[in-house]
Design a protein around this ligand. Structure first.
Ligand code: NAP
Length: 268
């Protein structure tokens, strides 16, 4: 599997990074340091996670690591988004981030188009090297593309064997948008699925590695979260696992269009 994917703005993004949702700020430095020690080159954080300062501590000024952060729901709107971005940069102690995402479209607020216009400005200023969105559905994506002509480089969405988002992935493929899976392990819920355990056993790998290899096979970027160094390391090594087509088909068959674990973005 390739180590990086190329986004529609020409920039490369590591196919595997590590996530930091629910990692407290005082744990984030250790996890980030350990993540880098075992070989990760992408960390995913967000203003909402409250751990950007800890992540920055763990990065200790390294500029060879791809840093993603996100704009929280309460900061939707053009000017609020610009201000929220400045606060994230300050907490991260950097002059720019590699990828800045709108965390949720929040259609009920009706502000995702103007928020996207703010991200386009940040990209044009070079302070957000790439810009994208998270939890956007086709309607939200169409809305921002039609209004600005700027296609997001990436959409980070809930995606795991139990909720595979096929229609959205097709939309992404048609528009050159990288799909990045959040909750790639189903937030841990998919790890004991008998089919996953069987496939892992056949390949002498762990269930987490089998699932992550399935994501990578489909050209999806992944950001699994793990709290211990051993798990961080094992998850990264999923890129060395090659599943056979019958294994891919078997995991494909686990899809449940109603298998969402998080909220439906359309209803927020
Ligand atoms: N954009 C969004 O709206 C959004 C929403 C949710 C998440 N995210 C991002 O996506 C990242 C990943 O999603 P997630 O954290 O929700 O779920 P996840 O990565 O699917 O699952 C994390 C869970 O799996 C466990 N785990 C990880 N590796 C394991 C292994 N090798 N063996 C056994 N258990 C393992 C972790 O346990 P331990 O922690 O105990 O190791 C944790 O309980 C987040 O951290 C965050 O960065 C984004």
């Amino acid at each position: 599997m390739p180590d990086t994917l190329t986004m529609n703005d020409g920039r490369a993004i590591p196919a595997i990074g590590f996530g930091t949702y629910l990692v407290p700020n005082d744990e984030a430095a250790r996890i980030t340091r350990e993540g880098l020690e075992v070989g990760y080159r992408l960390v995913d954080t967000a203003a909402f996670y409250g751990n950007e300062i800890g992540v920055a501590d763990g990065l200790s000024g390294r500029d060879d690591v791809f840093v993603t952060t996100k704009l929280w729901r309460s900061d939707m709107g053009f000017d609020p988004a610009l201000r929220a971005f400045d606060r994230s940069l300050e907490r991260l102690g950097r002059g720019s981030v590699d990828l800045y995402l709108i965390h949720w479209p929040m259609p009920s607020l009706g502000k995702y188009v103007e928020t996207w216009q703010a991200l386009v400005r940040l990209r044009d200023e070079g302070r957000a090297k790439s810009i994208g969105v998270s939890n956007f559905g086709p309607d939200h994506l169409r809305g921002i593309i039609d209004a600005t002509g700027v296609v997001p480089a990436l959409n980070q969405v809930e995606l795991h064997p139990g909720f595979q988002q096929r229609p959205l992935r097709e939309f992404h493929a048609a528009h050159g948008i990288v799909t990045q899976s959040w909750g790639p392990l189903g937030q841990g819920t998919m790890l004991e699925h008998p089919e996953v355990v069987r496939i892992a056993g056949r390949h002498g790998c762990s269930p987490a590695q089998a699932i992550l290899a399935w994501h990578l096979h489909h050209g999806l970027a992944v950001i699994p979260k793990a709290s211990a160094k051993e798990r961080l390391s094992a998850n990264l090594a999923a890129s060395d696992v090659t599943l056979e087509l019958e294994d891919i088909d078997a995991i494909d068959a686990l899809d449940d269009p109603d298998g969402r674990l998080g909220p439906n973005p359309a209803n927020l």
